[in-house]
Design a protein around this ligand. Structure first.
Ligand code: GAR
Length: 211
């Protein structure tokens, strides 16, 4: 099983979904570490309840030097012999240092159907734009923020009565189903990247539709 670190900054509900999936001994990844850049992240308490080792690398300790912060994170990951990194609400912009160090081995979940709505406040902006379909994306991390080859997406309808909160809640449910599927695909080595696309067979399809 691939030793996987989940990086969080807050609540950690996606972290919880990954830990739950990895409780199945047949799941190809084990959650070997939860690392937070915030000592008060709620998700750390949940990780401890699950019996998962935790670590904190507080970005405030590096006086704005992003790369020094990342070198410290990288050192913890290497020390724990981590194979794969899953960002789950890890609210730090990454420099090329960490991205290159984990190229092809670091994935992220973003609460929008990329390449639409990169960045923050995705649900507010989806409502402002009046899109009728919204969702979440799991992708490999590349040098550009919220970019990189897409592994899985999950879509939800946008309803007339939606608020950012109600839409966020609908998307979050989808996040909790697609993130474990994406990590399973990557950890089992069933994907390959060609021309910046992840080829996996679409795991949500029972059979391939006719062309
Ligand atoms: C999730 O909705 C995740 O997609 C989002 O933060 C939330 C974390 O929730 N990530 C980003 O916005 C990354 N830019 P969680 O801590 O409960 O998993």
């Amino acid at each position: 099983r691939k030793k996987t670190a989940v990086l969080i900054s807050g609540r950690g509900s996606n972290m919880g979904a990954l830990i739950s999936a990895a409780m199945d001994p047949n799941y190809p990844a084990e959650i070997a570490l939860v690392l937070s850049n915030r000592p008060d992240a709620k998700g750390l308490e949940r990780a401890v309840e699950f019996g998962i080792p935790t670590a904190v690398v507080d970005h405030h300790d590096f006086s704005g030097d992003r790369e020094a912060f990342e070198r410290a994170v990288d050192a913890v990951l290497k020390d724990r012999k981590i194979d794969l990194v899953a960002l789950a609400g890890f609210m730090r912009i990454l420099t090329p240092y960490l991205v290159n160090s984990w190229s092809g081995r670091m994935i992220n979940i973003h609460p929008a159907l990329l390449p639409s709505f990169k960045g923050l406040a995705t649900h507010e902006r989806a409502l402002e734009e009046g899109v009728k379909v919204h969702g979440a994306t799991v992708h490999f991390v590349s040098a550009e923020m919220d970019d990189g080859p897409i592994i899985i997406q999950g879509a939800v309808p946008v309803l007339d009565a939606d608020t950012p909160d109600s839409l966020a809640a609908r998307v979050l449910k989808v996040e909790h189903t697609i993130y474990p599927k994406a990590l399973k695909l990557i950890a089992s080595g069933k994907t390959k990247i060609a021309d910046s696309r992840v080829l996996s067979g679409n795991p949500d399809l029972e059979e391939t539709p006719e062309l």
